[in-house]
Design a protein around this ligand. Structure first.
Ligand SMILES: C[S@@+](CC[C@H](N)C(=O)[O-])C[C@H]1O[C@@H](n2cnc3c(N)ncnc32)[C@H](O)[C@@H]1O
Length: 279
């Protein structure tokens, strides 16, 4: 993967669109915003334009929609034309990590460039760009407002088709993972929360220890993501968002009651190349 850009394909944009649980959760939040007709909205990573279109349909005064993939941006424009929202929605073609937005101010920021642990995609850097430019303030509503992550240790079968594999896997719920024979080997513990309405360091270090609940070999770590909205609503593992990540770790033989201490460090949005686990 090249620098967290795995989710830029049109294929994934289509999968986001049909993920009802995810899209309806955003729609619920957008439709609940008071006086939207007086508000300027920014939709970051607009993809098909679905969230920008929902904001426009809910009556937003003006919607700016950022997309950096030229092919996807042209598709979003087509969809805006098709739905006759050209006078409300304006596509800004550029990279949300660096795009200059000077002269603008946003009352609502919608951003779905989320992945479990914010490991891939550019959500954190894009939010930092908004804060650094002063185009948002303490009254700006962020959808979502925070992203949290939890971890648990597992044992799993890393042999598939008769050969052994060692790489991180997104456990998308539409695939059958039964051949992996994943077994929980520890408690699941919440280890971090990233607030998306403030500047965050791009580097993160998570140190924790997990209590073992079964005797045997542990060879994997599962990271789970949760997306939080200002209303208190939460989305967990949906068809296109927050797939649990299974990370291989050096096998360890452990007993019930043991604790495994480890440190995980990575850079937000840089993907697995920059992931490091110390046990
Ligand atoms: C997960 S999709 C979400 C699409 C849409 N917002 C939705 O909710 O269905 C993320 C989108 O963000 C775009 N994107 C990713 N990184 C970006 C960046 N740095 N600047 C602008 N767009 C970006 C991708 O091309 C993709 O269209």
């Amino acid at each position: 993967m090249i620098n967290g850009e795995a989710f830029s394909s049109i294929d994934f944009v289509g999968q986001c669109l049909v993920d009802k649980e995810r899209t309806q959760a955003f729609e619920q939040e957008i439709s609940g915003i008071q006086n939207l007709s007086e508000k300027t909205v920014l939709d970051i990573g607009t993809g098909s334009g679905v969230l920008a279109l929902i904001a426009a349909r809910c009556g937003a005064k003006k919607v700016y929609a950022i997309e950096y993939d030229p092919f996807v941006a042209a598709i979003a424009q087509k969809n805006i034309d098709l739905n006759k929202f050209n006078s409300v929605i304006e596509i800004l073609h550029g990279d949300a990590r660096t795009l200059s937005l000077s002269g603008l101010h946003f009352d609502v920021v919608i951003a779905e460039m989320l992945t479990t642990g914010l490991v891939e995609e550019h959500q954190v850097e894009a939010m930092n760009n908004l804060q650094e430019q002063g185009v948002v303030d303490e009254n700006t509503i962020f959808l979502p407002s925070k992203q949290s992550m939890s971890m648990e240790l597992v044992s799993y079968n890393n042999k598939q088709h008769g050969v052994s594999f060692d790489f991180p896997v997104h456990l998308w719920k539409w695939h059958d993972w039964s051949d992996f024979q994943i077994q929980n080997m520890s408690e699941n513990k919440e280890v971090s929360t990233v607030f998306l309405n403030k500047i965050n360091s791009m580097e993160t270090i998570l140190e924790t220890s997990l209590k073992i609940i079964g005797d045997g070999e542990v060879n994997g770590l599962i990271i789970r993501g949760k997306t939080h909205f200002p209303s208190g609503a939460i989305i967990e593992d949906t068809e296109a968002l927050n797939a649990p990540i299974l990370l291989p770790i050096n096998p360890q033989n452990l007993k019930i009651g043991d604790s495994l201490k480890f440190k995980l460090s990575y850079s937000f949005g840089k993907g697995f190349d920059f992931f490091k686990i110390d046990i």
